[in-house]
Design a binder for this molecule. Structure first.
Ligand code: T5A
Length: 210
């Protein structure tokens, strides 16, 4: 039986994570692998219910710490019910976002010290982490323009919004620099096929190492 592998995809809004997740799934299935494509927040019925609490309603509904606790409640359910069983049966799990998003959004952008979030991670999941994290790094202006184009909205940025997205980007880059063995950084401005080819090569390298 092949060994399971847990891969997370990270990056700012509109970086191309969902596009890459689908492309990787197709390529890895063509290599004969069992692939589970999942996402956070979400991935189980309970975690999808928590997702609704997080992504709907007033933007000021929750403090950053309440959000972090809700993300971790959803994450534990996701890890216990989907990710670990799939790895156990030899599948490759691709999660569109995982714990690094909490570090960036609730930590660097939301103002919670990363040490407190890392303590929360240890409490909830011990040392469980993806074997490989693909960070799609993209200037926030480019990523936001893509999502607004998709929604058909006019592209217009406020400096506060951009500063928030710059903090996210810097945090993701710092996390990647801190854990060079886990992270591979991809250039999000490249066309989608090129991003997918680089990502597949990183995954194949990791599979060969495992
Ligand atoms: N969150 C999440 C937290 O605050 N804390 C946490 O712990 C977690 C897990 C999730 C929100 O929750 C936050 C982060 C988010 O704000 P979501 O709906 O899952 O919300 O939002 P995102 O993950 O940001 O998803 P997006 O859809 O905005 O971005 P993607 O998935 O990165 O982008 P994608 O693939 O949908 O592509 C966007 C557009 O760009 C095109 C695509 O065709 C699409 O139109 N595109 C490209 N165009 C040109 N070149 C490329 N290389 C392209 N790749 C994609």
């Amino acid at each position: 039986m092949p060994k399971g592998l847990f891969i997370s995809l990270e990056g700012g809004e509109g970086a191309g994570k969902s596009t890459l997740a689908r492309a990787l799934q197709t390529a890895l299935i063509a290599h004969g692998r069992d692939v589970v494509l999942t996402r956070e927040p979400g991935g189980t019925p309970g975690a999808e219910q928590i997702r609704d609490l997080l992504v709907k309603g007033d933007t000021e509904r929750w403090s950053a710490m309440t959000e972090a606790l809700l993300f971790y409640a959803a994450r534990v359910d996701h890890v216990e019910k989907v990710i670990q069983p799939a790895i156990g049966r030899g599948a490759i799990v691709i999660s569109d976002r995982f714990a690094d998003s909490t570090m960036a959004y609730q930590g660097a952008a939301g103002g919670i010290e990363l040490a407190r979030l890392k303590a929360l991670h240890r409490l909830a999941l011990g040392d469980f982490q993806p074997a490989l994290t693909l960070l799609i790094d993209i200037p926030p202006e480019t990523g936001l323009a893509r999502t607004r184009d998709r929604l058909g909205l006019e592209v217009r940025f406020e400096s506060k919004a951009l500063a928030f997205h710059e903090r996210l980007r810097n945090c993701f880059r710092q996390l990647a620099a801190d854990e060079p063995d886990r992270f591979v950084t991809l250039k999000g401005e490249d066309d989608a096929d090129k991003v997918a080819a680089r990502a597949l090569s990183a995954v194949m390298d990791r599979l060969n190492d495992e």
